[in-house]
Design a protein around this ligand. Sequence first.
Ligand SMILES: *Cc1c(COP(=O)(O)O)cnc(C)c1O
Length: 412
Amino acid sequence: MIAAARPGRYGEFGGQYLPETLMPAVAELEAAWLAARAEPGFQDELARLLRDWVGRPTPLTDAPRLAEAVGLSRVLLKREDLAHTGAHKINSAVGQALLAKRMGKQRVVAETGAGQHGVASAAACALLGLECVVYMGTVDARRQQPNVFRMKLLGAEVREVDAGSRTLKDAVNEAIRDWVTNVRTTYYLLGSAIGPHPYPAMVKDFQSVIGREARAQTLALCGRLPDVVVACVGGGSNAIGVWSAFLDDRAVKLRGVEAGGEGIASGRHAASIVGGSVGVLHGSRTLVLQDDEGQIRETHSVSAGLDYPGVGPEHALLAQSGRAEYVARTDAEALAGFALLSRTEGIIPALEPAHAIADLRQVALALGRDTIALVCLSGRGDKDLEVVMSRGASPPDRGLVPGGRGTKPPDG
Ligand SMILES: *Cc1c(COP(=O)(O)O)cnc(C)c1O
């Protein structure tokens, strides 16, 4: 019995649940990735692009006013919001586009929900002279018009998907369909650590730069490792990327924050770990949101980047083994986290990592005031202003902020 040694397996999770026609494609991809990974020329080129084009290393920012507000001794923000195109997704997009080019594929297909991965893919393809087609649900395309325009400016073709819930899961379905049809010429540039092997391992590998930098930066700043590393979890790529450098440090707690939407009990959420069960989605056995018949459920989150009904298979295993703890924060909590970071530190976060910010008070309650928390600030909030405005948030809640000019709570 050597089941555990099978590549792409995370305990009972992961694998390659694919039509026969795609098996040669994932085998070719795995071989090409492993070969590229071992080749100094590829690594040097990737390191150069990450430095000169993406803007790495991203800073680690000490956030004392935020720490005081949430009751922690120290909060350190890993600033993926300062990466080119505004989020961590670019790390994997540029790595995969470079791999596509090395494999001799001239055409790239990608899917996108909020548009962040579509923009990152389009930018990486423009940089490397590759043709780029991005699938996007019509609902998402409507609520993310500026990103649709950005992708087109960057030379990508945006194909709107008018099937199913017309959101990310349907865009993934179409991208896979395109890949099956054009597999000889086409590379599928997947946006998170999800899907069939080798994607979860490969995307983790490309995102592990976040963890390597953050670990060294934390040691330089604090002289020790953080007590806990907090990250939001959609498909799970920024979380697994930042955690990758701490998985073997058993004393460092790992805390993933899913999208609780209107609350787990409401059924309107996107928390595949906290509120899901074992199933198969997009080529991988993992935790998914499904009904009693195994049909994938509609998801809901205020943040389009977390609005996905599954999670990467390694997270399913980390949850099962207890190595990482997963919680969910609601839309309302995320909006409060969005306001809190903006007011305390002068940083407007994306709504996705605002879920992680919103969790920090709970972290303080669970782990105590002396805790040093490292938070992956996965992206910036420019893309979310319209959503936040439409939520009727008059610039929110000065009362949350120590030293803010607003009214204090009655007992404060
Ligand atoms: C897409 C996105 C996420 C969620 O994706 P993961 O793969 O879970 O990291 C989180 N934050 C931002 C800013 C995003 O754009």
